[in-house]
Structure formats: structure tokens, C-alpha cells
Design a protein around this ligand. Structure first.
Ligand code: EBR
Length: 384
């Protein structure tokens, strides 16, 4: 086969993929990347941040992106990496937690909510973490009183807590403000998984914020040690672009391993060879959109979210919780059956694990007509 034949063959495979703009992808936390990313991908496609001494410009971009994200998260001293995704970011945070706990002869006992992404199950397996799961409130957030009492009981030694700022299933936000106070009072590391919420909460208009719900989640809270924030979700960067930020660069000591044959003598990231496309795309898209651009994106998504909820209620459906961000859980006792029926009409929603509900993530690729078409199909699945 020559190149033309190969490209022709590849088009056949690609044609079998769903396209975001068709509006059938309702359960994804990724979306169509900003079009500028094509040109940036072309420019940076051969770069390798695994050997940063060879790609000094791309390596500078990574440091600038970390600083830009640190600015959004109220920390001008932030240290970290733009890596393969939220999974690698969470694994990295848990690796730092394990190494820090060991250096202090502390047990690796860590509080992680039931609502946490399954990347923490991988972390538990890989790093032998002893995980404590607190009860959840009616808002699917961790019971802070339980945590405080548990930690104050001297027979329990907890050295870390994970809080979620925009959980995968429902978008709920743990009470990071209270967790931060507990972390400071007890010298405990607090990792915040804002893989999805990190590019939503900072840009969310007050009018979409629920009364009595605390949206504080970032380094403005003294007890926060690290944050996962993924550009390849609501940041519009192409895959792969996850982010792990630490409070400062002292955490690097707990991640570095000797890398004798590289241009730099140590390497901290889990993945060795890694493209600079995600870094450069994130840098470019953040510069292009700016704070106002992300505010527009998030609040347009929230408008569509409110439309979905209003229209769903007109059809007689109810939400499991009031949307905290652009994620909607529609109560459905037959969620798996409904999901399959919708799949027959090419609608790709997902189901919640922690509640009997369908899960819709209102990403920028969804338009009002897609939402209306989906709800009509959903209503029809309930008619017979
Ligand atoms: C709070 C949190 C998450 O919601 C999350 C992923 N979430 C959703 C990943 C996803 C993306 C597209 C899609 O079609 C389906 C699923 C991860 C892992 O992020 P990842 O490794 O980049 O997938 C961590 N934390």
C-alpha cells in the first residue's frame, strides 16, 4: 500500500467513530478540541518532554502552563506537570502521598470518597494504600463530621485525604473548605481531584451556584497540597492533557527518580516519553480564550444544563441532585434498560453507580436541539 491507500484505509476506520458535533455523545467529559489545536499539534508533533533538554522551548511551555493554571487556582508557586490525563495526575498525587508518608514513618491510611473516580482504585492497588470511605451526605459529598471524629480518635492514623471538586458521576463538590481546616489542624496531606471541575468552578457565574453549597476548592485554602486539573476536559485541549499541580516544588523530591541517560538527571513523571502536543495546545488555547473565554464557555454550558433540567421536568423526569455544574443525573429506576434503549437510537448517555439515574454531561459540543432530541427519545422509551 502506498500512502494514499493507507490514508484511504484509515478513513474507513475513522468513519466508524462518533463525532462530537453530531450531538449523540452525552456521557463524555471530553469534547471537540479547539480547532487551533490542529495547527499546534502539527508544530509540536515530534516533541518529547520525556527528554526536556532536547526540547527546551516545549519544556518552558510546560512550566508556563503550570504557572497559568496556578494563577487560576490562586497559587503563584505551583509546581507540576501537564501529563496524560486525570488518572496519571491522581496516581502521581498518590505516589507523592505514599512517599511522604513513608518518609515520616506514617501509615498510608487515606480517606477517599465513594464518589472518587476509579483511578484511585488503581492507585490503591499500585501503592498499597489503606483506604477509608466516609459516609456520604444527601448531596453525595463526604460527611465531614465523620472525618473529624475519625481522625480525632487516636487509634486511627490518617495521613491523607482526597476531596473531589466535581465528581465524575454527579459533579458534586466535597466540602474542601472544611477538609482543608482538618488537614492543617492534623498535618495531613489533602489532594483535590478537580480533573473536571478545575476548568468549570473558577469560571462559574454566581447565578448558577447553589445556595449553602461551598465551591471553594483550590490553593486559596491553606490545607490543599495538590490538585488534579485536566485541560483535555472543559479546557478544550486535545487528548492527552491532564494536569497535576502541587503547592510548591518541594514535592518534586518525593517524585524524582534518577534518569542517567536523559538530558536531565532526574525524572518525576510516571510516563517517560511523552509528547509536548498537549502542553503546547493548552498554552495556546488558554492564551486565546483567556478567563473571559472560559467564563463564556462554562456559562453557555450551564444555560444548556438549566434548559435540560427544565425540559426534563416538563416530561416528568426528576434530577437526583440539583446540578452543581454541567452534569445532570436524571432519576431512573431502570437506568440500564433505558440506557440500552437509548443506545439503539444512537444516544450515548451513561449511568450513575451511586444512585439510580442516567448521567448526562452537558459539554460544549451539545446544542439545544441535541438536548431536545435526546429528551424526546428518553420520553419515548418510557411510553411502552
Ligand atoms: C473527577 C475525575 C474524572 O471525572 C476523571 C475522568 N472522567 C471522565 C473521563 C471520560 C472522558 C471521556 C469519555 O467519553 C468518558 C470518560 C478522571 C480521570 O481522568 P482521565 O484519566 O483523563 O480519564 C479523574 N478524576
Amino acid at each position: 500500500m502506498d500512502e494514499q491507500d493507507i490514508l484511504k484505509e484509515l478513513r474507513k476506520y475513522r468513519s466508524q467513530d462518533l463525532k462530537y458535533e453530531e450531538g449523540y455523545i452525552l456521557g463524555s467529559m471530553c469534547t471537540k478540541p479547539h480547532p487551533m489545536a490542529r495547527k499546534i499539534s502539527e508544530m509540536f508533533f515530534e516533541t518529547n518532554l520525556g527528554d526536556p533538554g532536547l526540547f527546551k522551548g516545549t519544556s518552558k511551555l510546560e512550566k508556563e502552563v503550570v504557572s497559568m493554571l496556578g494563577g487560576i487556582l490562586h497559587n503563584n508557586n505551583a509546581f507540576g506537570y501537564i501529563i496524560s490525563g486525570g488518572t496519571e495526575a491522581n496516581l502521581t498525587a498518590m505516589r507523592a502521598f505514599k512517599n511522604i508518608s513513608k518518609s515520616k514513618d506514617k501509615q498510608q491510611n487515606i480517606i477517599i470518597p465513594e464518589t472518587a473516580h476509579f483511578s484511585f482504585d488503581k492507585a490503591r492497588d499500585m501503592m498499597d494504600l489503606n483506604v477509608v470511605r466516609p459516609p456520604l451526605t444527601e448531596y453525595f459529598t463526604m460527611d465531614v463530621k465523620f472525618i473529624r471524629d475519625y481522625i480525632e480518635d487516636s487509634k486511627n492514623e490518617i495521613s491523607g485525604i482526597v476531596g473531589i471538586a466535581g465528581c465524575t458521576e454527579l459533579g458534586s463538590i466535597d466540602n474542601i473548605y472544611e477538609l482543608s481546616k482538618i488537614a492543617v489542624e492534623n498535618d495531613i496531606l489533602l489532594h483535590v481531584d478537580a480533573a473536571f471541575g478545575g476548568f468549570v468552578i473558577p469560571f462559574l457565574d454566581d447565578k448558577y451556584k447553589l445556595k449553602g453549597y461551598n465551591y471553594d476548592f483550590d490553593f486559596s485554602l491553606n490545607g490543599v497540597s495538590s490538585i488534579t486539573i485536566d485541560p483535555h476536559k472543559m479546557g478544550l485541549a486535545p487528548i492527552s492533557a491532564g494536569g497535576i499541580l502541587f503547592k510548591n516544588n518541594t514535592f518534586k523530591n518525593y517524585l524524582d527518580v534518577d534518569a542517567p541517560y536523559l538530558t536531565e538527571k532526574q525524572q518525576a513523571t510516571l510516563i517517560g516519553t511523552r509528547s509536548g502536543v498537549g502542553v503546547a495546545s493548552t498554552w495556546g488555547i488558554m492564551k486565546l480564550l483567556g478567563i473571559d473565554g472560559y467564563k463564556k464557555l462554562v456559562n453557555e454550558s450551564m444555560e444548556k444544563t438549566m434548559h435540560l433540567v427544565k425540559k426534563a421536568r416538563e416530561y416528568g423526569f426528576e434530577t437526583a441532585i440539583d446540578p452543581v455544574m454541567n452534569i445532570v443525573a436524571l432519576k431512573d429506576e431502570d437506568k440500564h434498560d433505558t440506557c440500552m434503549k437509548l443506545r439503539e437510537e444512537n444516544w450515548y448517555v451513561s449511568v450513575c453507580r451511586c444512585v439510580e439515574a442516567l448521567r448526562i454531561v452537558v459539554m460544549p459540543h451539545l446544542e439545544i436541539e441535541h438536548i431536545d432530541g435526546f429528551l424526546e427519545s428518553l420520553s419515548n422509551t418510557k411510553k411502552y
